[in-house]
Design a protein around this ligand. Structure first.
Ligand SMILES: Cc1cc2nc3c(=O)[nH]c(=O)nc-3n(C[C@H](O)[C@H](O)[C@H](O)COP(=O)(O)OP(=O)(O)OC[C@H]3O[C@@H](n4cnc5c(N)ncnc54)[C@H](O)[C@@H]3O)c2cc1C
Length: 382
């Protein structure tokens, strides 16, 4: 088993780390406070090739692989979680399009995602009455001439109002068994009948917008269908497997940001005449936190390795996501504890890290859903 990164992976990790330190970290607090969408950050990340990391160079991507993608998302998430989630979802949307769209759609939209012409891409699956149970969505797409007419409401869609392109799931066959009559479509920004609703007021990752999207008689041509009619649910689950590597990587970045900050703090803060770092109780918090995050890193990189090599990775991606997000949450709570009362104030960034990390156990499948996936795969003999 080889644990070393390739030269290219190390270079991408270092480049992203340098960029994130210089450009993302300094504005993260302000973006959180003002809820301003990070247009500028995203444009620069696209220029660095970080928006189409698994997209072929033929469509403007950098095609550097899943491990490099994971490393980059961790570095971005460490500096600014809101920018991290936007980057992760946009990469996932590009991958769905690359895998399932017609050649014309790929040629039209992928270069614009990769070069930052589109600030972001969106993945619109969740509905008010269909969250964890995504197969129960109610939005419909009815055949109409050379296309489909979409009706329905999506909720909590990352970057919804700013995306150049949105992948939307809708029921095309109501008579089919649950999950079998769903199809996926790309919907371009500005299509008639495609409206943006509210932007959620959130606890953390506030500069990432989370929108309601409303489709009213929104017509799209046949070529906007991804894959075949009825394949939509399968496509969503496949892409979410990859997305979970991204969210696990993001959580890992937030966890490291918190414990690195807290570790520096306890070296400098004195109580009882000594630095806090001299006390064993504090040292154990540091030891446990780094151990848990390193374990998470290995699970994430294993899932990324399997995906990169075309192997099955559903169970491993869920294991990585649930373990990394829960470890990062625990580490971040511990980091607040290490700062004492100051950790709870906005004068220090660990309170933001805590608000930012919470959602990583919720979106792209809650921890409970990850455990359902893992158990299902094991019981099937996988
Ligand atoms: C900031 C943010 C961004 C998001 N971005 C997107 C996006 O870009 N695209 C998108 O499509 N969606 C997005 N979502 C939606 C997200 O994926 C859902 O919130 C998530 O899947 C959970 O669905 P729900 O909120 O309806 O919770 P519910 O499904 O109602 O679940 C509530 C609780 O019950 C638990 N639960 C549910 N079923 C079971 C079960 N069978 N066994 C045990 N426990 C169960 C859940 O784990 C959870 O703890 C986003 C959400 C947030 C908060």
């Amino acid at each position: 088993m080889i644990f070393d990164l390739t030269g290219e992976q190390e270079m991408i990790q270092q480049m992203t780390r340098d960029f994130a330190e210089r450009h993302l970290k300094p504005v993260a607090e302000e973006l959180d406070r003002t809820k301003a969408f990070p247009f500028e950050n995203l444009k620069k990340l696209a220029q660095l090739g970080l928006m189409g990391m698994n997209i072929s160079v033929d469509y403007g991507g950098s095609d550097v692989g899943v491990i490099a993608y994971s490393l980059a998302i961790t570095e971005i998430g460490k500096a600014c979680a809101a920018t991290g989630v936007t980057t992760s979802v946009t990469n996932m949307v590009a991958e769905v399009i690359q895998e399932f769209a017609t050649e014309a759609i790929k040629k039209e939209h992928l270069p614009k995602i990769c070069d930052g012409t589109y600030p972001a891409g969106s993945f619109a699956l969740t509905e008010p009455s269909a969250g964890s149970d995504a197969a129960s969505i109610r939005a419909t797409a009815v055949k109409d001439g050379n296309g489909y007419r979409i009706n329905g409401t999506k909720t909590m869609i990352t970057s919804g109002e700013h995306s150049g392109i949105t992948v939307v799931w809708a029921v095309t066959d109501k008579s089919a068994r649950k999950g079998k009559g769903i199809s996926a479509f790309v919907v371009e920004k500005g299509r008639e009948g495609f409206h943006v609703g509210k932007n959620e007021e959130k606890l953390g990752q506030r500069a990432s917008t989370t929108n309601e999207l409303i489709f009213e008689e929104c017509w799209v041509p046949d070529e906007n269908l991804l894959g075949k009619e009825g394949d939509g649910f399968k496509i969503a689950m496949m892409e979410l497997d990859g997305g979970r590597i991204g969210i696990g990587s993001l959580a890992l970045g937030i966890g490291f940001a918190a414990i690195e900050y807290a570790t520096e703090y306890v070296k400098n803060r004195e109580q009882f005449g000594k630095p806090l770092s001299n006390f064993q109780a504090i040292q154990w918090m540091i030891a446990d936190s780094y151990t848990e995050l390193e374990a998470a890193r290995f699970l994430i990189l294993r899932a990324a390795y399997l995906k990169e090599n075309g192997r099955k990775f559903t169970k491993e991606a869920s294991m990585a996501k649930v373990f990394a997000s829960e470890a990062a949450r625990g580490v971040t709570i511990r980091s607040v504890q290490m700062l004492g009362g100051y950790g709870y104030t906005k004068d220090y960034p660990v309170e933001r890290f805590l608000r930012d990390v919470i959602v990583t156990t919720l979106y792209e499948g809650t921890s409970e859903v990850q455990r359902m996936v893992i158990a299902r795969e094991i019981l099937r003999g996988g």
